[in-house]
Design a protein around this ligand. Sequence first.
Ligand code: ZN
Length: 224
Amino acid sequence: MVSRRSIYKFLIDIIFPNRCPSCGRLIRWDGLVCGECEKKLPFADMPKINIQSAEGTYTVFMYEGAVKDMIYALKHGEGADNFAEFCAVKLCKILRKEGIAEKIDIVTAVPMDRRKKRKRGCNQAEVIARFVSKELDKPRDFTLLERRAGNTEQHTLSPGERRIHAREIYTSGKGRSGIKGKTALICDDVITTGATMSACCGLLLKQGAKAVYCCSAATSTYNA
Ligand SMILES: [Zn+2]
């Protein structure tokens, strides 16, 4: 069956030709990344990383080179949807191979504070999570967790400070009870120290989740 998204993509290609998010080259209407770039992208050798409280954590890329540029574009809403979908397809392939895909009941994302989301126009973690949820054919819920507004950016803190800050800034969302007894998959764009993911996992477990798996487009460490 031809999906509605495929029809949309085919039609939009007539007006805005589909381009590779890395090099900008024109690609087929249903392509995500051009063949040349795909060969050069920094895929993580070991897609499994360790996050405290998580049942399993998986990533696609190392956070470097062209991947860093595409994540920047995704964060700023500069047409990197192809990259987000590409990551989701690769992540779901890993999750199926590891026998995790069928265990997932609900897909969610690391939250962004409302003020920042309004300013940016989107939360890049939710963009990735939307594609993951479509690819896995599982429901998504972005009301399970919330992030309090704050001026401190995680990347300006030391690893120890990050853990404390993450525990303070992430809270349960208004849909907190929707996770009871379910297995969640939480998505983010980049995992650095793992403090954010670990805090979010802890919250979901406290809210009654049966288990929590994590995934990200990229990581800057194997020892998160
Ligand atoms: Zn390319």
